[in-house]
Write a protein that binds this ligand. Structure first.
Ligand code: HEM
Length: 142
């Protein structure tokens, strides 16, 4: 396996984890919203954000608050994406690339309020934006 395949594989795995992370927020917001008002939902989401992850296997000192896990995954996605692009040997950045970059920017903008003060709205918006990034990635695959 060459550098490009390795970077693309890492990028794919990180993307799966990041979408899973946002899926967790969306499912939690949905479940809490079923029998609680917005203020109580927000209070519970704040508890989830303050909890340290992963909550099994990893020693306590190495566990991170959930929003930090999200930022790390996003940073890894950007890093591995840049690596995959550079290692592929193609220097042409077409319209599909810029469109995806805009969607990644939007993802950052939506993850910021979710990570700072999680609310059901941001949990709901972030997941489709991440899925949009994944859909816009299809033309980039070599
Ligand atoms: C600035 C940030 C990013 C850059 C520069 C970037 C770049 C790329 C490139 C060049 C490819 C094609 C890889 C190949 O040669 O096959 C790709 C594919 C892909 N990207 Fe990104 N990406 C970024 C962020 C993200 C994010 C945040 C996600 C997830 C939410 C994501 C999800 C994917 C997926 C699912 C694929 C297809 C699978 C793969 O080829 O690894 N990307 N990206």
């Amino acid at each position: 396996m060459g550098a490009w395949q390795l970077a693309a594989l890492l990028h794919l795995v990180v993307a799966i984890f990041f979408v899973g992370y946002l899926l967790f927020w969306a499912i939690l917001a949905l479940a809490l919203g079923r029998d609680r008002g917005p203020a109580e939902v927000e209070r519970h989401l704040a508890v989830a954000a303050a909890a340290r992850w992963p909550h099994v296997l990893v020693p306590w000192k190495l566990r991170l608050p959930l929003p930090v896990v999200g930022w790390l995954l996003l940073a890894l996605a950007v890093g591995s994406g840049v690596l995959a692009g550079a290692a592929s040997g193609s220097s042409h950045l077409g319209f599909a690339f810029w469109l995806k970059l805009a969607a990644v920017g939007l993802l950052f903008a939506v993850h910021l309020p979710l990570a700072r003060r999680p609310r059901a709205l941001w949990a709901w918006v972030a997941l489709p934006v991440a899925l949009l990034v994944v859909v816009l990635s299809v033309p980039l695959v070599r």
